[in-house]
Design a protein around this ligand. Structure first.
Ligand SMILES: [Mg+2]
Length: 260
């Protein structure tokens, strides 16, 4: 891989993290360890990142987790994550902890999610190059392939359709507008993972607006890593998934050395 120079402050923080007894590495997937691609189904983790995560997961006191807005099913498929990887899907609504998948929607919430999907599909139908992704706790309008004008009009139509449903949570990401019947956040997902793993410190990395909820629950012993541009509550920043892979490699090297 190409050599990416990492900031000296970040390297120090990574080395500090490498030495904690119990470590949780929790990562967003799309745009963080996998480059963003047009078709969500084609997204794959960078081999260097996947390799570093495998090495980390094999070390004592080290757990790896993926925290994504994707449904758990989609996250499992594209991430090809090892069985011992903890998974948080749909921004915290779905979790897979040590093999067991869990979804916590009530029958009423499922019904609302179905009705919401129908309303959004109708609203999106007249527009080219936009599509509705069905998610366990709601639906998302994707506009990555649309022109700016179509994106704007489609989002307005979707928002109007969603207004008929009271109490929805709206999440805006890069070229995606999501409506959910549950208000879980990635911050709650990370807190849950911290509890389950009993970790002394957490590394969380993410590239999108919804990752900010997770950055905000991090404390002084943790490391928040923002990928790319945009305002952030994270203490550190890198440019791209390649740089995240470098951070993970460094962390794996250091932690392996301390354990040998
Ligand atoms: Mg992302």
């Amino acid at each position: 891989m190409s050599v990416v120079d990492l900031d000296a402050g970040l390297l120090q923080a990574v080395d500090r993290l490498a030495a904690v007894p119990s470590l949780l590495i929790a990562l967003d997937f799309d745009g963080t360890i996998s480059p963003v691609v047009d078709s969500p189904e084609a997204a794959r983790a960078l081999p260097e990142a996947a390799d570093a995560l495998r090495r980390l997961a094999a070390l004592p006191g080290t757990r790896v987790a993926l925290v994504s807005g994707r449904s758990l099913e989609s996250l499992e498929r594209v991430s090809d994550a090892a069985a011992d990887t903890l998974l948080v899907g749909s921004h915290g609504v779905e979790v897979r902890l040590d093999g067991a998948a869990e979804l916590t929607l009530t029958p009423e919430e499922r019904q609302r999610a179905d009705e919401l999907r129908e309303a959004l599909e109708q609203a999106a139908d007249p527009f080219d190059d936009v599509w509705v992704e069905v998610k366990p706790a709601g639906s998302a309008l994707h506009t990555r392939r649309a022109t700016d004008d179509v994106r704007e009009r489609a989002e307005r139509a979707a928002s109007a359709a969603a207004e008929r449903f009271a109490g929805l949570t709206t999440r805006r990401g890069k070229n995606v507008l999501e409506f959910a019947v549950r208000s879980e956040t990635k911050g709650q997902g990370v807190e849950r993972l911290r509890e389950v793993t009993g970790a002394d410190a957490v590394l969380f990395a993410g590239d999108d607006v919804t990752d900010e909820d997770a950055f905000r629950v991090l404390g002084e012993t943790d490391l928040g890593l923002k990928v790319g541009e945009g305002d952030t509550a994270a203490a550190y920043r890198v440019d791209d998934p390649q740089s995240v892979a470098r951070v993970l490699e460094r962390l794996a090297d250091r932690r392996a050395a301390l354990n040998s």
